[in-house]
Design a protein. Structure first.
Length: 164
């Protein structure tokens, strides 16, 4: 859901939103979250990567603000970065962005969010549904149903069943 009027990038960055909101071309967009199943899965994903942080040399973050273009800011449910990023707003693509579906999520909005991540240069974009326990790896215009997530450089395997 969007707020009523257009706001500048500066106004967006200087305003606290609870919960955090995305910003797309002057429009502040509320994010769907808050359900127990969403929160539990989001925490499990973060914990999975945090427990392997030294082994894989990764930094996992929950709801880290990132600037995907000059007029777009997104807040992925979980981001995984290969080095501790400078500053408070991520301006370089993370290694992985994970979105946890909420019942209110619309496919068209999720596709735009995923496309923003891919356009920004995020090599791995994943979506997980906490209700059906299904997961997808997103590449270009395709979404591939998977039973585990895999990455290269570093090589990681994340079985979906380990997140539940």
């Amino acid at each position: 859901m969007a707020t009523g009027s257009l706001v500048s990038v500066g106004e967006y960055l200087s305003t606290s939103y609870r919960p955090d909101c995305d910003y797309v071309d002057g429009v502040v967009l509320e994010r769907n979250l808050g359900e127990k199943s969403h929160a539990r899965l989001q925490a499990a994903i973060w914990r999975y990567f945090d427990q392997r942080r030294q082994q894989w040399s990764v930094w996992p973050f929950i709801e880290l603000l990132m600037q995907v273009s000059a007029t777009r800011f997104r807040v992925p449910d979980v981001s995984v970065i290969l080095a501790d990023p400078p500053g408070e707003v991520l301006t370089e693509p993370p290694f992985i962005c994970v979105e946890v579906l909420s019942p209110e999520d619309r496919l068209s909005e999720m596709r735009q969010r995923v496309q923003d991540y891919l356009d920004f240069g995020v090599p791995y974009v994943w979506i997980i549904d906490p209700v059906t326990r299904e997961a997808w790896r997103c590449t270009g215009t395709d979404m591939h149903l998977v039973s585990e997530f895999r990455t290269e450089n570093p090589d990681m395997v994340v079985p979906i069943s380990d997140l539940f």
